[in-house]
Design a protein. Structure first.
Length: 135
């Protein structure tokens, strides 16, 4: 089984996320033992950001790293476990708000569109937009 980074690359819909993870120097971390839970925005999710945002973040590595680690929770949290939570503390230090409703599950307002993409060192849940920590 592949690690989180390899799994994201193989999926083909996380090119922007993988580019950002590489730029932030987080490949080794997310390829490490873990386990980690990643709320992974798709390329379409990154495309929803205002023009120039990604390019700006790729030049501001501390901010980029903060945003990326805000998408990561320590430990393997499956969809069934996520549904029991109201919040989860991220590797970045702040907590994301989790809301479960008839419409589905959201993490800081981003809709979870696919769950439990398993990797050898954790799990990926796909979200439809980039979530940002409070500044």
């Amino acid at each position: 089984m592949a690690n989180i980074v390899e799994t994201a690359i193989a999926a083909g819909s996380f090119k922007t996320l993988v580019t950002a993870v590489k730029a932030a120097g987080l490949v080794e971390t997310l390829s490490g033992k873990g386990p980690y839970t990643v709320f992974a925005p798709t390329d379409d999710a990154f495309a929803k950001l205002p023009a120039g945002t990604i390019e700006g973040l790729l030049k501001d590595i501390p901010k980029l790293k903060s945003i990326l680690t805000y998408h990561v929770v320590a430990g393997k949290v499956t969809a069934a476990e996520v549904m029991k939570l109201e919040k989860a503390k991220t590797v970045q230090g702040q907590s994301v708000k989790i809301k479960v409703s008839d419409a589905g599950v959201t993490v800081d307002g981003a809709k979870v569109v696919k769950t439990d993409v398993l990797a050898e060192n954790g799990v990926i849940h796909v979200i439809d937009r980039v979530i940002l920590p409070a500044s």
